[in-house]
Structures are given as structure tokens and as C-alpha cells.
Design a protein around this ligand. Structure first.
Ligand code: NJP
Length: 246
């Protein structure tokens, strides 16, 4: 896997595990997140001979200009991104019917939906400008982006609608890629519950005995999809822990 990958949401959970796995597979990986110190910790945790292949960059994917600047830096410094793993996501704190929730709801939609749009647009621009026809865009969606499970206490808030938007976004992007005659692949991965920071104490309290995946389980799936031969494209992968009921 001698290519450059950008992974969003690299400071914890699934994105962190993806960075470790892709670097170990020989890729040059740019990990993006807002918590820069976590990215430095990630780099330091890698085996010494792999550290130079990891670049941590502070980037808030909900801010368009930061995404544009980051991909320009990847173009200039590393020759451009061949693979993008759209993984950054937030749950949000407030319910849709809570008062004064505009900033919170906006943050969820800007991060989970527009962040994916902007990163994909910039990765596509970079691929097109270099005439690279075989890139790969992976999108970490969710099982709640296909069917909304009943969670006691309505723990999903604007998160579930945002992930439904990601489901539609993925298929529209696929059509746009086809129109623009690129063989760049799009893969959507929808996990069930994963034991990471986003699955916060409130959600755990609402679903106390829920079986959970580990971040590494989802990272394995990402690597598997990226490694498929040129004629194979995995459109949609659902990955759940054994015993999950919804
Ligand atoms: O969660 P967590 P996961 N700009 O909280 C980053 C989906 N998923 O690994 O910016 C840039 O450990 C944040 O970094 P920081 C889920 O929807 C999960 O589970 O430093 N980065 C952190 O690195 C999400 O799409 C479950 O705070 C931003 C990362 O995102 C993906 O899996 C189930 C950012 C979040 O890591 C990874 O989440 C499911 C921003 N504006 C789908 N905002 C599950 N865990 O159960 C956040 O179906 N980040």
C-alpha cells in the first residue's frame, strides 16, 4: 500500500486505530483532528521505524477553509492524497426539542455531513489535478444512518439524522464520480456499537448490556476495503458485534 492516506478524526477511537494499521501496512498517513496533542501522542506510540510515515495535522473538518488549507498542505508536502478515510464525527449534546440548541445541532451537521463533503471534494480535486484515477474514499457511517433504533432517553439526538444524510451523500457522490468518469472507489462502512469516546456514559447507561466492537475491528474492515484489487469496490459494509439486537 505505497500511497498517501488522509484519515479524519485521528485523535481517538476508530480513526486512531486506522492510522496505526495503515502506517503499519506501509502507507504515508496524515491524521487530522482538533486535539493536536493527541496526534503527537499517536505518532510517539508508533514503532520507531514507522513514525516518519505519520503526520498529525490540526484540522477542524467543520471549518471549510481549514479543510482546503490542509489538503493544499498534503499536495505540497506529500504529493497529494490517494485515499481519504472520512471518519470524524460527533454525537452532539442536546436533543432536537431542547431550547437554545442551534449551535449544538449545527456542529453535528457541519462535522458529520459538511465535513465529509468538503474533505471528499478536496481529495477529489487533488486526484483530478494529478490525473490519479484510482483513489479511494471511505466513509464511516453508522447503522443508525439506515434505520433509527429506539434508544431509551433518546440518546441519538441530531446524530441519527446526520448519518441518514451521510447515507444519501455517499450515493450522490458515487453518481458524481461516475459522471466524472473516475475509477476512484467509494466505500461506506456502517458499524454498530464501538467502544470509543463517542459512545459516552449516557449512552452506556441507556444501553447497559450492549455488546460492543473494538475500534481495531472497524480499522481492520477499513484496511480490508482499501486493499481490494482494482476491479473490486465494496459499496457498503455493515459490521456489528455478535449479539447486537438492532
Ligand atoms: O469516536 P471518537 P469513534 N474536526 O469520539 C474527531 C462513527 N461511529 O472513533 O477533533 C476534526 O473516539 C475527534 O477528534 P478531536 C462515528 O459517528 C461510531 O467511535 O480531537 N475532527 C475524534 O478523533 C464517527 O463518524 C460508533 O475531538 C473531529 C473523532 O472525531 C466515527 O465512527 C458507532 C471533529 C471521534 O472519535 C468515529 O468515531 C457507529 C472536527 N470538527 C458509528 N469532531 C460507536 N463508537 O459506537 C470530531 O455506528 N472529530
Amino acid at each position: 500500500l505505497n500511497r498517501v492516506a488522509v484519515v479524519t478524526g485521528a485523535s481517538s477511537g476508530i480513526g486512531n486505530a486506522c492510522c496505526k494499521d495503515l502506517v503499519a501496512k506501509g502507507m504515508v498517513v496524515v491524521g487530522l483532528a482538533r486535539r493536536e496533542e493527541r496526534l503527537q501522542e499517536l505518532k510517539a506510540s508508533l514503532p520507531k521505524d514507522q513514525q516518519s510515515r505519520f503526520h498529525g495535522r490540526k484540522c477542524d473538518v467543520s471549518v471549510e477553509q481549514q479543510v482546503v488549507d490542509t489538503f493544499a498542505w498534503v499536495d505540497q508536502t506529500l504529493g497529494g492524497a490517494d485515499v481519504l478515510v472520512n471518519n470524524a464525527g460527533i454525537l452532539g449534546n442536546l436533543q432536537i426539542t431542547d431550547p437554545d440548541n442551534a449551535a449544538d445541532l449545527r456542529a453535528v451537521l457541519y462535522t458529520n455531513v459538511l465535513g465529509v463533503s468538503w474533505c471528499t471534494r478536496e481529495a477529489f480535486r487533488s486526484l483530478q489535478s494529478r490525473k490519479v484515477n484510482d483513489g479511494h474514499v471511505v466513509i464511516i457511517n453508522s447503522i443508525v444512518g439506515h434505520k433509527v433504533p429506539v434508544v431509551p432517553g433518546s440518546g441519538l439526538k441530531m446524530y441519527a439524522p446526520s448519518k441518514h444524510a451521510v447515507t444519501a451523500l455517499t450515493e450522490v457522490l458515487r453518481q458524481e464520480f461516475q459522471q466524472k468518469k473516475t475509477a476512484t472507489k467509494i466505500t461506506s462502512i456502517s458499524p454498530g456499537a464501538v467502544d470509543t469516546e463517542i459512545f459516552d456514559a449516557k449512552l452506556k447507561e441507556a444501553m447497559p448490556d450492549i455488546p460492543m466492537l473494538r475500534a481495531e475491528n472497524v480499522a481492520d474492515a477499513v484496511t480490508y476495503c482499501i486493499q481490494t484489487p482494482p476491479n473490486v469496490q465494496i459499496h457498503e459494509l455493515t459490521i456489528k458485534p455478535v449479539g447486537e439486537g438492532f
